[in-house]
Design a protein. Structure first.
Length: 95
């Protein structure tokens, strides 16, 4: 799995979606292309790849509702989001 989108901001426009990682300046944006979409990326992080990885992880876990997400905070302050149960697929959040 790629690095999570911990510092990415999502913006929508009338013609697509833009992700900007405020920490690295990485960008990914979509634009209509025929019956589908074209994705463009720029910068050190492959933001759209991280979106696709997160979607695949969520689908592999049975596409749970928001109630299927959990959060664990360890004594050292580490914050971890998980799917299904604490031992399921997970990723850390920035502190």
């Amino acid at each position: 799995m790629q690095q999570p989108l911990t510092s990415a901001e999502l913006m929508t426009t009338s013609s697509g979606v833009t992700l900007v990682d405020v920490a690295t300046g990485s960008q990914a944006w979509t634009e209509p292309a025929g019956d589908g979409w074209t994705v463009h990326q720029h910068g050190p992080l492959a933001l759209w790849g991280a979106v696709e990885d997160a979607l695949i992880t969520w689908q592999s876990a049975g596409s749970p509702a928001l109630s299927g997400l959990g959060l664990t905070v360890d004594t050292d302050g580490t914050q971890r989001v998980w799917l299904g149960d604490p031992d399921g697929p997970s990723w850390n959040l920035p502190v």
